[in-house]
Ligand binder design. Structure first.
Ligand code: SF4
Length: 702
């Protein structure tokens, strides 16, 4: 290191679930620079545009919340207060509501960007001590269909494989994901593998021709919402052509006969017509999969964010099970987490129906184990409200108070105007964030300034179950505190025992003890070991354990009889259909250089060079029909709301489908660039994940 850069620290990128290692250097004046960690097994020194510019988000403090702010009533303006006053008010309000209306009158809405220690503390506080299970996370919008899919098929919420399996595969099937933009460093690894091994086949399933399709041998341009039928068609062809692994099915699975019976009930022609993919392309995909030795499926929001999200997961995981391509090198289903610590949140029970260490709220033994461990009488049996349910409950007046940590629901939740109404109707709103410019802060009765990335210590888990340690590098500005410290102060103000933690290491140590004997046992992974190793994949059940890159190598799954479940999906019911009034299908998603609701990436000028404003992708035929030319201002609308942006006329989107990026919120207090004005709060019946990817709309030149 040159003299100018005095210190360097290892950490992990705080954006996507790829989990790239970063080295941060600091000079005498506190200026920062970042580079990819060459020793990190995930990215080997590479970073994408977002990661390369992360230090600017820490150094630019222009939008930071620096002091707690509070208003005594909605008629009063916000005023700066001390931490004691802020925490005292939060405790008084929560005590009052719990006393007058019961514990389910309050709730927490947290984030896949929280560190594992923060996530654990919030769950312990709410489920163990407040006496409600009303804690859910924005990972509900992102991963919950995959959680249910894994649990139903493999017996637990476990991603079986690792990034290193990419280099061992010869067929990668990417469905409902655009890793070239949304998981860029993972995609670089796929690109390199393909460049080094041209025979490796890449199949992409997407209604849009994305940058990921540039690498594909085969692009299946599926009709939105019909992916499940495409997977069934592939399964049917594999079975009929004897391209399945009969021995694996016989020894290690249940349910094959019923599944085969269900998917054979339709012809390939029928499936092709339903998903609007040419039959030859379906057969070609099935042949590539059947002939491959290493077959990986990768998916993200395109499958999960659907009212049939669980069924889409089941249908895809079935392809790995019937071909026996799981638990072997270069093989397996691989859901890509959108957020940096969505996986860590799942580990500590971040969803309102889960408990810490992969325990289930519905299981009385699990509830007792966790209650005993936390030293409380009991944990409530009734599942808490999920993300969408929480805001519906606030709107109806049933739930009185919400505490929002590290997320911006006013932009990111479906049917965002309903969320705005809910936050207005709430009796008390606490927003704990780093930024005062988040669209949600305007609804806060109490604003709590939180420390950001590099300003606190903790751990996160990426898509491949890799736990990494994040170092504290700089002090938080003003009076901002780490989220865990804020939660601990609140717990003590409420008079709860069990929160005498002096640092994140002590929180982490308590959590790891709770994992002992579970499927995610990390009782052998101390902070000391983690810092020395940099990162390691769970389970790590003993101090000399090297970590676990691949699961199920012995063919034993986590179900009661240790056999995986091949499950049928039944009929799919759409939450809405295109109609005469709203004939187009809207799908939403990310762009390459922005992250979520732009509270961080929106501050970096360099990241705006790629795309600096929202737009609507529309097919030339749909545009011609409406007399829309490229660049024209257009209005996209349905019964829920409208959006006004410029049209991008492109043949890269399927006819009948339009696309809006999800990042932009209210602009100058006019919420006409917010894609979620149009999306529906309808959810998958099992995972309760909303169907962001399918909304019926109409578009007109404005
Ligand atoms: Fe960060 Fe994801 Fe980019 Fe890696 S790929 S640098 S984790 S945003």
């Amino acid at each position: 290191m040159s003299q100018k850069w005095e210190e360097s620290h290892k950490t992990v990128c705080s954006y996507c679930g790829v989990g790239c290692g970063i080295v941060v250097s600091k000079d005498k004046k506190g200026r920062l620079k970042v580079k990819g960690d060459e020793s990190h097994p995930v990215n080997k020194g590479m970073l994408c545009s977002k990661g390369m510019n992360l230090h600017y988000t820490v150094m630019d403090q222009s939008d930071r919340l620096l002091k707690p702010e509070m208003r005594w009533s909605r008629r009063h303006p916000m005023a700066e207060v001390s931490w004691d006053t802020a925490i005292g008010r939060a405790a008084a309000v929560f005590k009052t509501f719990i006393k007058e209306h019961g514990p389910d009158s309050v709730g927490f809405y947290v984030s896949g960007q929280c560190l594992t220690e923060e996530y654990y503390l919030a769950n312990k506080l709410v489920k163990g001590f407040l006496g409600t299970n009303n804690i859910d996370t924005n990972s509900r919008l992102c991963m919950s269909s995959a959680v249910v899919g894994y649990k139903e098929t493999l017996g637990d919420d476990t991603v079986p494989i690792s990034y290193e399996d990419i280099e061992l595969s010869d067929c990668i099937f990417i469905a409902g994901a655009n890793p070239a933009w949304c998981h860029p460093i993972l995609f670089r690894r796929i690109e390199k593998h393909k460049a080094d091994n041209p025979d490796v086949k890449i199949i992409v399933v997407d209604p849009r021709v994305t940058d990921s399709c540039g690498l594909a041998d085969l692009h299946l341009q599926v009709q939105p919402g019909t992916d499940m039928f495409l997977f069934h068609a592939i399964g049917k062809y594999l079975i009929e052509q004897n391209m399945v692994d009969e021995e694996f099915i016989r020894k290690h699975t249940n349910g094959f006969e019923a599944y085969a019976h269900e998917i054979k009930s339709r012809s390939l022609q029928e499936y092709a017509a339903m998903c609007r993919v040419p039959i030859d392309s379906i057969i070609e995909a099935a042949r590539i999969i059947g002939q491959s030795k290493g077959f990986i499926t990768m998916w993200a929001m395109g499958l999960n964010q659907s009212t049939a999200g669980v069924n889409q997961n089941l249908a895809l995981i079935n392809l790995s099970l019937i071909t026996g391509k799981i638990g072997k090198p270069g093989c397996g289903p691989f859901s890509l987490t959108g957020q940096p610590n969505a996986m860590g949140g799942r580990e500590v029970g971040g969803l309102s129906n889960l408990l810490a260490a992969h325990r289930n709220l519905a299981n009385p033994t699990h509830r007792k184990e966790v209650a005993d461990f936390w030293g409380v009488d009991a944990i409530q049996e009734k599942p808490g409200l999920t993300a969408t349910e929480m805001f519906e409950s606030l709107k109806s007046g049933k739930m009185k108070a919400i505490w929002i940590i590290c997320t911006n629901p006013s932009v990111s939740m479906p049917n965002a105007r309903l969320v705005d109404e809910a936050l207005k109707a709430a009796k008390f709103v606490i927003v704990q964030d780093i930024s005062r410019k988040s669209d949600t802060t305007q609804y806060a009765d109490l604003l709590l300034p939180a420390a950001s990335w590099l300003e606190k210590e903790g751990t996160m888990t990426n898509s491949e179950r890799r736990i990494s340690h994040l170092a504290k590098v700089v002090d938080a500005p003003g009076m901002a505190l780490p989220d865990s410290e804020i939660l601990i102060r609140f717990a003590k103000a409420m008079g709860f025992h069990g929160f005498d933690f002096n640092n994140p290491a002590e929180v982490y140590e308590e959590y790891t003890r709770l994992t002992k004997g579970t499927s995610i046992d990390v009782s052998g992974l101390s902070y000391h070991k983690l810092k020395r190793a940099g990162s390691i994949q769970w389970p790590v059940p003993s101090s000399d354990h090297p970590g676990t890159p691949r699961l199920f190598e012995n063919g034993k799954f986590l179900t009661q009889d240790q056999r995986a479940n091949i499950l049928g999906t039944g009929a799919q019911t759409a939450h809405e259909e295109p109609s005469e009034d709203y004939p187009l299908i809207l799908t939403t998603g990310r762009i390459r250089d922005q992250w979520h609701t732009m509270t961080k990436t929106g501050k970096v000028a360099k990241l705006k060079k790629h795309i600096d404003r929202p737009f609507l992708e529309i097919h030339p035929d749909d545009a011609d029909f409406r007399d829309i030319r490229d660049g024209d201002p257009v209005r996209i609308y349905n019964d829920r709301g409208d959006v006004q942006v410029a049209a991008k006329v492109t043949a890269s989107i399927k006819k009948g489908v339009v696309f809006l990026p999800m990042h932009w919120g209210k602009k100058l207090n006019i919420d006409l660039s917010r894609a979620n004005n149009l999306t529906s709060e309808a959810v998958d019946p099992k995972s309760k994940q909303p169907g962001f990817k399918f909304s019926a709309v109409e578009v007109l030149r404005h």
